[in-house]
Design a protein around this ligand. Structure first.
Ligand code: ZN
Length: 672
């Protein structure tokens, strides 16, 4: 369609999508046109008469799909941050189309044989390091998708993938069904001791379930505070047991047999591709690379975490006895007594704290740190975006354009929950230079002035760290630009940037009272920082136990009975009796709902080890704004995208691989 605004050249400032000219009716026809265009570009590359060269194959693949990128970047931005029934419907139509499109490309044998021919002659091609890397990644992507398989193996791989997709969906649906089916009615007397917000949530849940009064459901936002605050041990037990049994209730919605089948198919898939195990297959593309490296990291955190949890358990059991309960501390007791202890030791008045964290001041703080560290400057831009709450800035350095940064900070019904960063246009120099357009989306409460909790302020810095990774990217090819890095490396820039929020000189300048302008009092600040390490023994133990079970499932032969395997792993590490896995197997959606975090659940902690270790590099060098460290961070990590192996990038920055000491210190788990 000639007039479709999504497919035009955008003659707007910085070629930002002309949101005011795009309507929902434009998406579907634009997508069809863009897909057809991309398909014919791919066909032309695959069937070219000339012998394959880096330019006519790899660079041609990089340059293909320009319109598709444009359409999808606009669509996914509005579908996530400002949806409506039409956009939801479009999303349901688009996702199978896109899955089919990309799997058609990765199983294109003619295309693969050209990529493979280049790979086999790579030494003779005279490629630069970045080109070498893009060739390796492209080739590896095809091989991992099964493009090198032929005949019966090829057919079996297709069957396995199709079956895994079905099983992943069933796993999710069963889990949802179990979560929706269960609820526990509460009599008015059962509400005693619950704070108002829990009572309100329980009443709202009761209305939703058509019950006569308040109920407890298995939604995390209700069951967790109920377990924290309800003094009724019998009710906590009933609720906890139902929560722990999700996906393991027998009958139609039981996930245990599904988990076993998934693990066995994954093992078969890895073996077909020539890997020793599924964990070896998954970790090949990660910074960790091997199951042994993951296990080393997890076990070095496990011991001190368990020691802390054991000490905490003894204290909580004592509180329970003081409460007149003469029994062992069990999982439905932990959160309740931990909350009592938190209130006694770290009483923090959120209402008193909030006026010190104004949204505008926190945005200014995140910009000021980027200016001191990297010389970036931010100038407000007045351009039409997809929602009036969106704000935009031009980012420059020494007067040169670097990027456009968009902030969409406020919660609204049309926005999905959580916070995220995406590039509406990623940085690249090929086929022509393109400057990034980066967006941070959050769900903060509106207000005048808008005030954040301390956790919100951390989220703002976190997402801005991802934005810096996109904005400071300085590579040639888009496929490796910005945050296109290994999963266990991508959270390093974001989690690292959170540390600057806690720098005393940043807080004293920017965390000022909304009415009086006074900086946050040091003792209040200390309370905030102390509270962030509270109950870390418990949190680390429940997380690491889950990560170790995930790893054990995918390393070596698939277990015939995953529940048996889970038990063996937990026995082997000496799981404290009053703590359970954060996600037990029958409801471990990270691992079984799809492939994303399978043998990858460790990666949250892997990133945390790195961010603690990387910030320590600044402290060791003399301070949070040490110019030499800042320039090394940009040179080796923030500008390099996926142009080198993540471990090499880290070593270039730090001189060595990360150690766990800084993490243990940050979590309050270091030995005294
Ligand atoms: Zn993140």
């Amino acid at each position: 369609m000639m007039t479709n605004p999504l497919l035009q050249d955008w003659a707007t400032p910085f070629q930002i999508a002309p949101f005011d000219a795009i309507s929902d009716g434009d998406f579907a026809p634009a997508l069809d046109t863009a897909l057809a265009e991309h398909r014919s570009e791919i066909e032309a590359i695959a069937s070219a008469a000339e012998p394959p060269s880096f330019a006519n194959t790899i660079e041609a693949l990089e340059a293909a799909g320009t319109d598709l990128d444009k359409v999808l970047s606009v669509f996914f931005t509005v579908a996530g941050a400002d949806s409506n029934p039409t956009r939801e419907d479009l999303q349901r139509q688009f996702s199978p189309k896109l899955a089919a499109h990309f799997s058609e490309i990765s199983s294109n044998k003619a295309l693969f044989s050209r990529v493979n021919a280049l790979w086999e002659t790579r030494e003779t091609l005279g490629l630069g390091p970045e080109q070498d890397r893009v060739l390796m990644l492209t080739h590896r992507g095809f091989v991992r998708a099964g493009a090198a398989l032929t005949g019966a193996e090829d057919a079996r791989m297709k069957e396995i993938k199709a079956r895994l997709a079905v099983l992943g969906t069933e796993f999710t649906q069963n889990l949802l069904a179990d979560e929706r089916a269960w609820f526990m009615p509460l009599a008015e007397a059962d509400l005693e001791g619950l704070p108002e917000f829990v009572v309100d949530t329980a009443r709202a849940a009761g209305t939703e379930k058509d019950a006569d009064g308040p109920v407890v459901t298995l939604s995390r936002s209700l069951i967790v505070p109920f377990l924290q605050f309800s003094p009724r041990r019998d009710l906590r037990k009933t609720a906890f047991e139902a929560w722990a049994a999700r996906g393991a209730n027998g009958g139609q919605t039981d996930n245990r047999a599904i988990a076993a089948e998934i693990l066995s198919l994954r093992e078969e898939r890895a073996k077909l591709l020539g890997y020793a195990s599924f964990a070896d297959f998954k970790l090949e593309t990660e910074m960790a690379k091997t199951p042994a490296a993951v296990r080393d990291l997890l076990m070095s955190v496990w011991e001190p975490a368990r020691a802390q949890a054991d000490a905490d358990a003894a204290r909580l059991a004592e509180m329970m006895r003081e409460d007149g309960v003469n029994d062992e501390l069990v999982p439905w007791d932990w959160r309740y007594y931990a909350e009592k202890r938190r209130a006694a030791e770290h009483d923090l008045d959120e209402a008193e704290l909030k006026p010190y964290f104004q949204l505008d001041r926190m945005i200014a703080a995140s910009f000021a740190c980027a200016e001191r560290l990297f010389g970036l400057q931010f100038k407000p831009l007045d351009i039409p975006l997809y929602h009036p709450d969106c704000r935009a800035w031009e980012v420059t350095r020494d007067g040169e354009h670097v990027a456009v940064f968009i902030g969409d900070y406020f919660a609204r019904g049309s926005k999905r929950s959580g916070a995220w960063c995406s590039a509406m246009r990623a940085q690249a120099k090929f086929p022509k230079p393109q400057a990034p357009i980066v967006i941070n989306v959050c769900n903060f409460a509106k207000g005048d002035p808008a005030l954040l909790s301390y956790d919100d302020a951390r989220t703002l810095f976190h997402e801005f760290g991802h934005a810096l990774h996109q904005m400071l990217s300085n590579v040639t090819y888009e496929s490796i630009s910005g945050t296109s890095v290994a999963r266990d490396f991508v959270e390093l820039p974001s989690q690292l940037y959170e540390h600057w929020l806690d720098v005393p000189e940043v807080l004293s300048e920017f965390a000022v009272h909304a009415e009086t302008g006074a900086p946050i009092p040091p003792d209040m600040l200390q309370k905030v920082l102390d509270a962030s390490t509270f109950d870390m023994g418990f949190q680390t133990v429940e997380y690491v136990a889950s990560a170790l079970v995930d790893l054990a499932f995918h390393e070596g032969p698939a277990p015939a009975d995953p529940m048996e395997k889970q038990r063996a792993v937990l026995d082997g590490i000496g799981m404290p009796p009053a703590i359970t896995m954060r996600h037990a197997t029958p409801h471990f959606a990270h691992v079984f709902a799809g492939d994303g975090y399978s043998s990858g659940y460790y990666s949250y902690m892997w990133s945390e080890v790195m961010d603690a270790d990387a910030f320590a590099a600044f402290e060791e060098a003399g301070g949070a704004f040490d110019p030499e460290r800042a320039s090394a961070l940009e040179r080796h990590i923030l500008s390099t995208g996926g142009s080198s192996d993540a471990a090499e990038l880290y070593i270039a920055f730090r001189g060595r691989l990360p150690g766990v000491d800084a993490l243990l210190k940050g979590r309050g788990l270091a030995a005294e």
